[in-house]
Design a protein around this ligand. Sequence first.
Ligand code: FAD
Length: 432
Amino acid sequence: VTEETVRFGRPTTELPVINALEAGFRKSLVTYEVKENKTLSEHKETNAETIFVDLQPKSEIKYVPGDHIGVMPVNRKEIVDAVLERLRGVEDLDKIVQLKIMKETLTPTGTVKNWERYERLPPASIRNIYTRFLDITTPPTTKVLKYLAESCTDEAEAEQINELVTDSNKYHDWISFHYPHLAEVFAQFPSCRPQAALLATLLSPLQPRFYSISSSLLAHPQRVHITVAVVVYKTQNGEGPMHYGVCSNYLKSLQPGDEIIAFIRHKPSFQMPKDISAPLILVGPGTGIAPFRGFWHHRRHLIKELVSHNPGPVWLFFGCRYKSMELYKEEKEEAVLDGTLHKARLALSKEEGDHRKYVQALLEDEGAEMTRLLVEEHGHFYVCGDCKMADDVEQKLEEIIQKHGDMTKEDAKEFIDSLRNENRYHEDIFGI
Ligand code: FAD
């Protein structure tokens, strides 16, 4: 595709945003109204914040605790505006247009040129295309950079960009130091003026972000609660400009009455067992607690409202860096008091004093009884959060089972494999 073979044309249909997103992502989507949006925990020194968002769908939804909601994000206005300002070939930012590509077909009478619809982008305004459909914050690929170099009017700038394209060390150093979004690339190369249509074909689609649902339909009919860590960080080894994660900051900016577009994604491997008497060990540091709040709300309802008998023990292991980062403190205490949770343990990894520990240390404390619950009582083990923590937890569990189950290392490994095979070891991993 070149600047001559791509253009914005008149659309055959005009679609509301939700239908345009459905067409672009080939997914069935639902609009949700924000009912509440509040800070759950905050640690000012490290810029860490976790928020709680209560969402009400506009049409009926179904989920069970353990499922995810996929949120269609919206790019930050200041970045979109800075990008739009630089684009060539834009008549009206807010008129609905359709991206079209010229296709040449050979016929007996010669070559026929046709402008065909570009399938990856539905009819939408250029502002909306750059706001909701295109990823403008992940650093540009070399393919995008190559085109940006071509679009520079200043030769020295073009040369600088081309060096990044051809020298992979330079490219990787540049990315890891600046982690630049598109507006920052434009700021670094002021003569860069790409064509809006061609650039739109080169950028990746803006992907939905997943959040573990923190509620239960039994306890909160037709509601979805989410627990979101707001991603902010400074580039250039902490000395550079502040960067804001697209979706978590979009969610943070929402007010009651605002609407978002999302879909439910089922996660059958992370559900609670049907048998309410099975013991549950839940390990979820940080936002890893998100699905477990849904679990305890659901179980409380099953036990109290539906009078289910013989509920098994539920142990929750939560960890965070500082005391002020603890999530759902009062709710957990209430759940322990009313018997929904049997243990709710807390590990603080950075708090001053002698209690610095990770969730693994808590598991060790409870090792003997936990081993009994898993080996003899057919318990289920759940771990939610980042990949490194999940690996460390598995490693620790293996040691615990080896010690308290009087097993060899191999036997303990085999036992964990058998937990997985019997669908009793459940993981919900996000982040690295
Ligand atoms: P993005 O715009 O996607 O930015 C994040 C990127 O910024 C990172 O990938 C990294 O490249 C970069 N970055 C971040 N920090 C730094 C840093 N310090 N230095 C340099 N670069 C950095 N999140 C929750 O909060 N709650 C949940 O319940 C939850 N559940 C999830 C379930 C699943 C199955 C998955 C896959 C993810 C889940 N997540 C959850 C993560 C969530 O989907 C998003 O990835 C997260 O909110 C960040 O998205 P964002 O758009 O705000 O940030």
